[in-house]
Design a protein around this ligand. Structure first.
Ligand SMILES: *[C@@H]1O[C@H](CO)[C@@H](O)[C@H](O)[C@H]1NC(C)=O
Length: 346
């Protein structure tokens, strides 16, 4: 330590002078420093248990107040600002106190007709016979992230409806993100769509974290006797094959400066599991895996292994894996840009 100090001081003549003058006094000033630390430690020991119960609510309040009051924060109530001119914003209550922001996009062929239409019109279009895709997005950010808007545009251009919710704690949705909470939200959105889509095909497309939510949702619905018409898993992670060292919802708490050190145990309590393999073994829906060979977050080998689990549980004609060449540079988020994708989806 001392050596380092000397080295650093050497670089500044001004500091060297001060060191020469006060080098000895340094030894004597060490005890107040430790007392300060001790006091801080005591304060933390008292504060932490006291605030243990109230802090999650507090964090939630601060986050939502903060987001609503910052004018330059993206305005998710205006999807047209994100070049989705045939999309309407709405809110669904997935359970008491949980409001979810959701975008509904009609097939692109109806974009002109959609101008100025209200929510009722959008809802009624859901049973026009065109398939409906519910897109369950990945971790962090909101439904307005460019690659998510990209998927919505692609599906819409292919003549499909697209429903893109922000789970609790994401975007302008209220609540705190937890694994079971996200699954509840997805099931709610699915049931809402189903109640309005008539006989149309309803497909769930999960990306990244959303793949975990998708298989959870499929299994939860299966327990109610519902088999999804189709499930697309893009960039699917697999917690059985990959070690995830931290709580994936940590970003939610990071928004409050300093909170991550003080209250780390709070999110450790709610460590998500996402039992993808376990779910895949139960699922009865056709599944399409989409994976880029250069995916830097979920290696392609994991995708192949995960696919094998699903293919074994059902059969090779109900479970497909489509990979994208690494040279295309799609990484974890970009494969929606691929020109062969529309063909694959149809
Ligand atoms: C609205 O969106 C559609 C579909 O993306 C696009 O073809 C059209 O040019 C857009 N119109 C305007 C006025 O921005």
């Amino acid at each position: 330590m001392k050596r380092r100090n000397v080295k650093r001081d050497d670089s500044s003549p001004d500091r060297m002078d001060r060191k020469a003058a006060g080098g000895r006094r340094k030894e004597g000033t060490q005890s107040p420093w430790w007392i300060k630390r001790g006091l801080l430690a005591v304060a933390v020991c008292i504060l932490v248990p006291v605030t243990y119960k109230i802090i999650p609510t507090l964090i939630q309040d601060i986050i939502h107040t903060y987001r609503l009051s910052v004018p330059f924060f993206e305005d998710l109530s205006r999807p047209a600002d994100f070049s989705l001119n045939h999309t309407i914003n709405m809110y669904l209550t997935s359970e008491e106190g949980i409001s979810l922001g959701v975008w509904l996009t009609v097939p692109e062929s109806r974009w002109k007709e959609a101008q100025g239409k209200d929510l009722l019109w959008y809802q009624n279009t859901l049973h026009d016979g065109n398939p409906v895709f519910i897109y369950l997005h990945g971790n962090t950010g909101s439904r307005a992230a460019p690659h998510r808007v990209g998927v919505a545009k692609l599906l819409s251009a292919l003549g499909f409806h697209v429903v893109v919710p922000d789970y609790r704690g994401f975007g302008d949705s209220t609540g705190e993100p937890t694994e079971s909470g996200l699954t509840t939200d997805a099931v709610h959105v699915y049931n809402w769509v189903k109640a309005r889509s008539g006989d149309s095909l309803v497909v769930i497309w999960g990306h990244s974290l959303g793949t975990g939510v998708s298989t959870n949702t499929a299994v939860k619905l299966l327990e109610e006797g519902v088999v999804l018409d189709g499930v697309i898993l893009e960039g699917a992670f697999n917690a059985d094959k990959q070690y995830i060292p931290y709580n994936i919802f940590i970003w939610y708490y990071w928004k409050i400066p300093g909170i991550k050190h003080l209250f780390s145990f709070l999110w450790e309590r709610k460590m998500p599991v996402f039992p993808t393999e376990h779910n895949l073994k139960k699922m009865k829906s056709p599944i399409l895996f989409l994976h880029s060979e250069d995916d830097h977050l979920v290696p392609i080998e994991i995708a192949r292994q995960t696919y094998e689990v699903a293919a074994k549980a059902q059969s090779k004609d109900r479970v497909k894996l489509v990979t994208f060449d690494g040279s295309l540079g799609y990484l974890h988020n970009g494969l929606y840009r691929d020109p062969k994708l529309p063909g694959v989806l149809k």
